[in-house]
Design a protein around this ligand. Structure first.
Ligand code: GMT
Length: 380
């Protein structure tokens, strides 16, 4: 089948701050920049999306409120919105970021559109992001639907080789399913190093959604070990369920002068530039986009040696990787970097180099477009 040069792409994503929404918004903007028509579906405008940008059409998904519908039927409202936009605007491809509910809603939309006479339904490309497989998708109550959403997609991508392999192991999907690995990327012009820092007291940074999988308590434990031996400050960016407990712990320990909780609405590149070391002690992480953004700002990373993090952080070159939960090892690695400015500068410069050469936006967008064209060329 011949594939038109300019495509109509539906992008389905979360609006909350979080890696999958960031990746979706930045791919959407890059596609629009290249002249494709991009329709973004979410409950609200994703944090990193400019909906007024030419070529971007934002479609808010608002489930109807009816007393009988006790739980908001968001996935069904999303399905209906995709069907509606595909019928009125035409969509060649729907790109669902995160398996459930997004890919499942898109599978259903494609089935509905398949009943229409006269034009083929859009192809479905699903990008897996991590917790949609490791936590949500592998939950017994969701497993069959996650498996189906993946096998029914026309193409599936993952941001790391680790997540691609974990998807086969965790979900038991057939080996015939192809998962293309398209690494996440960073805008290295926006996330760039500042001048040489002259801070009297070094600053540690953590960025996350404060969920148990991020082990933010380990960040505080590493901070406690470090501050026992040298002055140090800590900044935490983001919000989520564990934040109130951790804020209470900081207050109870009398650390409030040295530990700041900055929330979500901040200029992230500016905060990252004003940082000496980034901490990401997660239980699991398919990629670790925030670590990559810190690297692009020239900041070395101390993180867990789990999931896709070893594909992002080169151990000993752009930071240090330690076993999950090994607070003494993380504190020792962080202490080494804080006490040796030359080592910190060397690893920071290598981090910046790695981010801007290995994780560029353009090759990632080329790869997504190649996947779209491959599934479209296959025909109906
Ligand atoms: O980290 C989270 O819990 C948020 C989640 C998301 O869906 O936004 O992040 C996942 O996707 C990001 C973008 O691909 C990855 O950089 C994160 O590593 C991944 N999180 C986990 O695997 C825990």
């Amino acid at each position: 089948m011949s594939v038109p040069p300019s495509l109509r792409v539906g992008v389905v994503c979360f609006s909350t701050f979080g890696g999958s929404g960031v990746v979706a918004a930045e791919v959407a903007a890059a596609l629009a920049e290249r002249g494709h028509a991009v329709h973004v579906f979410s409950d609200d405008v994703p944090g990193r999306l400019d909906p007024s940008r030419p070529g971007i059409h934002f479609h808010p998904v608002r489930p109807p409120a009816y007393p009988q519908l006790k739980h908001s039927p968001y996935p069904l409202a999303l399905t209906s919105k995709i069907v509606d936009v595909a019928r009125h605007e035409g969509l060649d491809v729907v790109h669902a970021h995160y398996a459930l509910p997004h890919a499942a809603s898109a599978v259903l939309a494609r089935a509905v559109l398949g009943q229409d006479a006269g034009r083929p339904p859009p192809r479905l490309v699903t990008t897996l992001h991590g917790t949609d497989i490791t936590l949500v998708g592998s939950d017994a109550s969701f497993l069959p639907l996650t498996q189906y959403s993946i096998t029914a997609s026309d193409a599936v991508t993952a941001p790391s080789a680790w997540l691609a392999a974990a998807t086969f192991q965790t979900l038991g999907i057939p080996a015939s399913v192809q998962i293309d690995v398209i690494p996440n990327f960073v805008d290295a012009a926006r996330f760039s190093p500042g001048g040489s820092p002259a801070r009297a007291v070094p600053i540690l940074l953590h960025v996350s959604n404060f969920r148990p999988v991020k082990r933010v308590a380990d960040v505080l434990a590493v901070f406690a070990a470090l501050r026992a031996e040298r002055p140090v400050r800590l900044r935490l960016v983001g919000d989520g369920p564990d934040r109130p407990r951790l804020e209470a712990e900081v207050a109870a320990r009398g650390w409030s002068r040295d530990v700041e909780f900055l929330g979500e609405q901040i200029d992230l590149p500016a905060v990252m530039r004003d940082t000496d070391l980034f901490l990401l002690p997660s239980e699991t992480e398919s990629f670790g986009l925030a670590a990559l953004e810190a690297m692009a700002c020239g900041v070395p990373v101390v993180a867990s040696a789990v999931g896709g993090l070893p594909e992002v952080v080169a151990d000993g070159e752009t930071g240090f990787l330690c076993p999950v939960g090994d607070v003494p090892a993380m504190a020792a690695a962080a202490g080494r970097l804080l006490d040796d400015p030359a080592l910190r500068a060397r690893l920071g410069a290598a981090a910046r180099r790695r981010a801007e050469t290995q994780f560029r936006l353009d090759p990632a967008v080329d790869s997504y477009l190649a996947v779209y064209r491959r599934v479209l060329a296959r025909g109906g």
